[in-house]
Design a protein around this ligand. Structure first.
Ligand SMILES: Cc1ncc(COP(=O)(O)O)c(C=O)c1O
Length: 388
């Protein structure tokens, strides 16, 4: 049996959706992007949703909208995809890493205040793998220090805190539709915000800073003249092909999320007695979005002293699983430990020990909505047989 880490799900509705923009010839940002944005707002409860090229583009736009620039600092978790921190660097600002909690993989809120300086402008909490970051505590700290909050909700679709969707807590949220995520448009992103003025500026910033969208200009009289350009923008638009796919993918979200939750529950039940593998834990009130089911390899208590030996054990297990046809992945990076940040910021892996241990001991298991009972049963049996 060959089990991939994930498998995006497309059906006849998706195939048919892609025909429409091809037939009309309007393939750049247009009516289907608008339809996707409306569907995203309806599902998430966000007042405004602004589609863009990727979550990374969305985070970049959000920081640009906050006018973050040289001399500013932005607090980001140390265990995250690189681009959470890249976007600060791209604007000339400095990412300041904050360690995570090894049990949740999310930012350790007890450490945030120690990272705040007179230069800090924003916090980017990440809802890693679909588990909500501790937003009430983070918002309280941000309010006390006058900081903006941009939620990196790349993995956050279907994640809620007490019934409120992630991405709607901070000033802005950014989602990803890369194929590793719950729904996909190939590449793609969405920024959410409750502020109509921010939404209007984000719409302009994604479109070179133009005052009106191409579609509005083409539909209006005087289309032969270009409009005003007031903001320093980017071309971070989503195409209407992606928008059309986004509309049909959104229609499947209830089914996709129910399947993901059921598969996660089965893993948790079937693996609960394995003392050597830490399973995801969900704090009360949280709904996990299950972008990934990420475990921690821990035959003995994780510590920096034991890390090399434990890491060798995890990698050997992942190799045995691969030989058995089962794909696994390390959760994500300890971003601060990557060469770029070591060189630019002078940080060392051990400076954020929980993130460093998470990089070297985490293991994501296969999870996708069409995963069959037999496929998941095989993963569970092989894990039990081949571990630790
Ligand atoms: C936490 C996090 N942030 C940002 C991104 C970047 O998303 P995108 O590929 O849509 O730019 C990812 C993608 O894996 C992610 O996991």
């Amino acid at each position: 049996m060959k089990i991939p880490i994930t498998r995006p799900h497309f059906d006849e509705a998706d195939f048919a959706a892609l025909r429409a923009p091809l037939e009309t010839g309007w393939v750049v940002q247009g009516p289907h992007v608008a339809g996707f944005e409306a569907a995203f707002s309806a599902y998430s409860g966000a007042a405004h949703s602004v589609a863009c090229a990727s979550c990374t583009a969305g985070l970049h736009l959000a920081l640009a909208e906050l006018e973050i620039g040289p001399g500013d600092e932005v607090i980001v978790p140390a265990f995250t995809w690189v681009s959470t921190a890249y976007v600060a660097l791209h604007l000339g600002a400095t990412p300041v890493f904050c360690d995570v909690d090894l049990r949740t993989f999310n930012m350790d809120v007890a450490q945030i205040e120690g990272k705040i300086t007179s230069k800090t402008k924003a916090i980017i909490p990440v809802h890693l793998f679909g588990l909500p970051a501790q937003m009430p505590a983070i918002l309280e700290i941000a309010a006390a220090h006058g900081l903006a909050v941009v939620e990196d909700a790349a993995c956050g679709l279907g994640a809620f805190i007490d019934g409120q969707h992630v991405g709607t807590f901070g000033d802005m949220g950014a989602f990803s539709f890369h194929p590793r995520k719950a729904i996909t448009t190939g590449e793609g992103g969405m920024i959410t915000t409750g502020d109509p003025r921010r939404a209007a500026r984000l719409e302009s910033l994604r479109n070179h800073g133009a005052g009106v969208s191409d579609l509005s200009r083409h539909d209006a009289k005087g289309a032969y003249l270009l409009g005003a350009f007031e903001l320093l923008g980017f071309n971070y638009r989503m195409t209407d092909l992606q928008g059309a796919l986004g509309e049909t993918q959104m229609a499947k979200v209830p089914w996709i999320q129910a399947r993901r939750a059921a598969l996660a529950a089965r893993y948790t039940e079937a693996l609960a007695d394995l003392g050597w593998l830490w399973l995801p834990e969900i704090p009360p009130g949280d709904t996990h979005g299950w972008q990934s089911y990420v475990t921690l390899y821990a035959p003995s208590a994780p510590s920096l002293a034991r890390l090399d030996a434990l890491n060798a054990g995890r990698d050997a297990l992942m190799a045995r699983l691969e030989a058995a046809g089962i794909a696994t992945r390390q959760g994500t990076h300890a971003a601060h430990a990557l060469g770029l940040f070591r060189q630019r910021l002078g940080v060392q892996p051990q400076d954020h020990p929980q993130a460093w241990m998470a990089e070297r001991l985490s293991m994501a298991l296969p999870l996708y909505p069409t995963m069959t009972e037999a496929e998941q049963g095989y993963v569970i049996d092989q894990l039990r047989a081949l571990g630790p």
